[in-house]
Design a protein around this ligand. Structure first.
Ligand code: DON
Length: 571
């Protein structure tokens, strides 16, 4: 067993070309190593929409790589799944570049405008103003997605940006039949969309949501995407589009300036890398809280042999690890360019040892006993897609406009639906945001600062299988990805990983959110005895996973059966 484990470590170091302990141990030739494929030779894409997945394959067929395909998928989602993500929002990408075995994290997260004013998010009586936080131009951060797409093409793609944006532009111009999820979102947000003429013009042709089966066109967004394709950053962050964005935002009471747009920059960051039972998990660093929380949870869990425990005790320990990680999320995390965070502590196995010690073997720890630090159901907006190309390049992208249809505000003349990401800041200290997350000064709004995210696009490299994984779901993103990673490590295939029933705990509110069927009666009884209370809720998440089995050299792609399975494709 020990020997086998050691081999796993060597192979991982070899595969990733990592430094440190792995590099010092030179791999020796082995038949085992020789049996593992080095490139898949075919590609897998799992996204939330068939047209987006097809756009990715179209670009691969033109000679593009996974990064060009990611541009095609993201930009097509901006057109066909605007309730979840788009060029008026931002994304985070965790990537593996096969050519030089390098991992990188691309932060195309939105930023607060320079004129951000916390008072804008308060009612006259000092209570949080949920409308300005979630609807209209004050709720929108400066978009990062367009710059992120330009960045991907310039630094990682093989094709010109215009080639990768071509499918989205064609779909926006020629039209498509919206799926039920988009039609439902438009109906749900109709009242808000009616508040702004350009939003109504885009989403409510003839005063209502398009009818099912009707072809819907988005010429405004097609034009904006064309400017981006032709001029890169300058096509969005200066010139015609920038002026229209600023004019529209001002006319509706917002505070963006041309300078806010011109000074937006993509950030490349070092991903968080976690070693867990021979698997290397490459995931999102701040300004996402996802990677830190997943690392903390796995570091705590690595001190237990979960395989020897019954379900109740496995779940108990996992919830306690989640509780402690979310407490730290609330207290410490924010934009690394603005706040000093004790990351060395939070990521340290010694810190995890201490937290593990505080877990009682058969009893829930009330959150109120841990430290200071509320809730709403997570929506299903935001989108995640996973790609592995024939050469073994991998991209995990979670992209968002935040809540359903973002701010519901479309900037006149651009077709761009703006995000409502400002609500991801702790706009009012210690008052829950739409996902029930609390925050401190670390995540207070400041000019140019990125709001803390839960997005956790991840790549898991195991001894002989690799997974690209992620999901939308607000604060539950973190626990979904964690549970998906554990299901993968337990040997699950792509369908099993995405279908695995979910549970979630985020410190406050002190309740375990459970998907019906996640626990059997015996487990529920045992957990109730330990002191847990549960809130059952409908299915959540929209996980998209691609797995590469390097022993058989087969790819496996799957989409969440809770939403729309059959969207993952390998060819
Ligand atoms: O960045 C974040 O954490 C949130 N804006 C993500 C929002 C989300 O996942 C919405 N829904 N399912």
């Amino acid at each position: 067993m020990k020997l086998a484990l050691r081999w796993h470590v060597l192979l991982l170091g070899f595969l990733l070309g990592t430094s440190g302990a792995c590099a010092a141990d030179q791999p020796t030739p082995s038949t085992q190593a020789a049996q593992l494929a080095e490139r898949p030779g075919h590609a897998g894409i799992a996204s939330a929409n068939k047209l987006a997945t097809e756009a990715g394959f179209e670009v691969l067929a033109k000679g593009g790589n996974a990064f060009d395909a990611a541009i095609a998928v993201a930009s097509t989602l901006s057109v066909v799944e605007p309730e979840s993500s788009g060029i008026g929002g931002g994304f985070m990408a965790t990537m593996y570049i096969a050519g030089n075995k390098r991992t990188v994290f691309i932060d195309a997260r939105e930023t607060a405008p320079a004129a951000v004013n916390p008072k804008d998010y308060l009612n006259p009586d000092g209570t949080p103003n949920r409308d300005t936080a979630l609807k209209g131009p004050l709720s929108a951060g400066i978009p990062g997605e367009p710059a992120g797409l330009v960045w991907l093409a310039k630094n990682y793609g093989k094709l010109p940006l215009s080639a990768s944006l071509a499918p989205a532009i064609r779909t926006a111009r020629d039209g498509f039949k919206p799926d039920d999820r988009l039609l439902g979102a438009i109906k749900e947000e109709q009242k808000n969309l009616e508040r702004w003429p350009a939003s109504a013009e885009k989403f409510l042709p003839n005063g209502n949501a398009p009818a099912a089966g009707e072809t819907w066109r988005d010429p405004g967004q097609a034009h904006t995407l064309e400017l981006l394709a032709n001029y890169g950053d300058a096509g969005f962050y200066s010139g015609e589009t920038a002026q229209k964005l600023v004019d529209a935002v001002h006319a509706a009471g917002g505070n963006w300036t041309l300078k806010d747009l011109a000074s937006y920059r993509v950030k490349e960051r070092t991903p968080i890398t976690i070693d867990y039972h021979g698997y290397k998990i490459i995931t999102a660093p701040p300004p996402s809280s996802g990677g830190v929380a997943i690392a903390e949870i796995l570091n705590i869990l690595s001190g237990f042999d979960l395989s020897k425990l019954d379900q109740a005790h496995r779940v108990h320990l996992t919830i306690e690890a989640m509780r402690r990680a979310f407490r730290d999320h609330n207290d410490y995390l924010g934009d690394p360019d603005f706040v000093k965070m004790p990351l060395n502590m939070l990521l340290s196995p010694y810190y995890a040892d201490g937290l593990r010690q505080s877990i009682l073997p058969d009893k829930a720890t009330p959150s109120s006993m841990l430290a200071p630090s509320g809730g709403q159901d997570p929506g299903m907006h935001t989108t995640h897609f996973s790609i592995i190309d024939a050469d073994g390049n991998m991209v995990a992208i979670t992209s968002t406009v935040n809540y359903l249809l973002g701010s519901t505000f479309v900037a006149k003349g651009t077709g761009v639906l703006l995000n409502d990401e400002m609500d991801d800041f702790a706009l009012v200290p210690n008052k829950p945001n739409v996902y029930g997350l609390l925050g401190s000064t670390a995540n207070a709004p400041e000019p140019g600062k990125r709001m803390l995210s839960s997005m956790s696009p991840s790549i898991v490299i195991g001894p002989d299988r690799t997974a690209v994984i992620g999901s939308p779901g607000g604060s539950t993103i973190i626990t979904q990805v964690l549970e998906g990673i554990l299901a993968f490590i337990d040997g699950g295939d792509a369908h099993q990983v995405v279908a695995k029933k979910r549970f979630h705990h985020q410190f406050m509110p002190d309740v375990v959110m459970v998907e019906p069927g996640a626990f059997d009666a015996e487990t529920t009884n045992a957990l109730t005895q330990m002191g847990y209370s549960f809130k059952e809720r409908g299915p959540w998440g929209f996980m998209n996973v691609v797995i590469w089995d390097r022993r058989t050299n087969k790819l496996d792609a799957a989409s969440d059966p809770r939403r729309d399975d059959g969207l993952g494709k390998v060819q």
